[in-house]
Write a protein that binds this ligand. Structure first.
Ligand SMILES: O=C(O)[C@@H](CO)OP(=O)(O)O
Length: 248
């Protein structure tokens, strides 16, 4: 027997469309992004992969993507669980900055270190910055855990406790689990599931709005097919390449 896990990155956001580093800034979906979310739900319905429970971050682009996709799949009624631990990677002082402008100012190497290295975080964001989540009521209970910047390493460290305590029990109960989250929080989950090395994870990009389905071994939770499968593999490959090329 296997357990079914579906990973869904939110549809295109307003800052994806503008090519801005986003992180914890709570931007909305674009019209295109809403369409991607609906299409993602239609693909799930057509494939007969029907989530029993959904986990999302605390950010509206993931929350709204989940709602639109589940509505399209006629699963709008399933239980919802949310955690800040599924939030996008906190992009520190890069949040709100244009990706190409950052690359032009600091050079390709530094840009890629900040964007895709495993453990080099961008400079921290000041608490009085307009894009800081300090003082946001949804994070009031985090205390010292509130990030000011993160690399993928820190995302994995804060995400795994929720994977173990929040998501694995739903999988082990036999539920088909949908996780609606973000490019880098989903890269963290894929790295964990597929045991991708710290170096190789730099080359993995997740497209917006495309369901990625994993069947997991019931005892080890190892993927039966490494990397899972996109329900629309050609569109996913093209869209992942576009994510990789942002800023170029
Ligand atoms: O800006 C961000 O928060 C992320 C996802 O959109 O960007 P990147 O793919 O560059 O990590």
């Amino acid at each position: 027997m296997t357990f079914t896990l579906v990973l869904l990155r939110h549809g295109e956001s307003e800052w994806n469309a503008k090519n801005l580093f986003t992180g914890w800034v709570d931007v909305a979906l674009t019209e295109q992004g809403r369409g991607e979310a609906v299409r993602g739900g239609e693909l799930l319905r057509e494939a007969g992969i029907l989530p029993d429970v959904v986990h999302t971050s605390l950010q509206r682009r993931a929350i709204n993507t989940a709602a639109l996709a589940l509505d399209a799949a006629d699963r709008h009624w399933i239980p919802v669980r949310r955690s800040w631990r599924l939030n996008e990677r906190h992009y520190g002082a890069l949040q709100g900055k244009d990706k190409k402008a950052v690359k032009d100012e600091y050079g390709e190497e530094q840009f890629m270190l900040w964007r895709r290295s495993f453990d080099v975080p961008p400079p921290p964001l000041a608490d009085d910055d307009e894009y800081s989540p300090a003082g946001d009521p949804r994070y009031a209970d985090l205390g010292d855990e509130l990030p000011r910047t993160e690399a993928l390493k820190q995302v994995i460290e804060r995400l795994l406790p929720y994977w173990d305590a929040g998501i694995v029990p739903d999988l082990r109960a036999g539920h088909t689990v949908l996780i609606a989250a973000h490019g880098n929080s989903l890269r963290a989950i894929v790295k964990h599931l597929d045991q991708i090395s710290d170096a190789d994870i730099a080359g993995l990009n997740i497209p917006t709005g495309m369901p990625l389905v994993y069947e997991l071994d019931e005892s080890t939770l190892a993927p039966t097919v490494p990397g899972g499968r996109y329900l629309d593999p050609e569109a996913a490959a093209e869209a992942a390449a576009a994510v990789a090329n942002q800023g170029r």
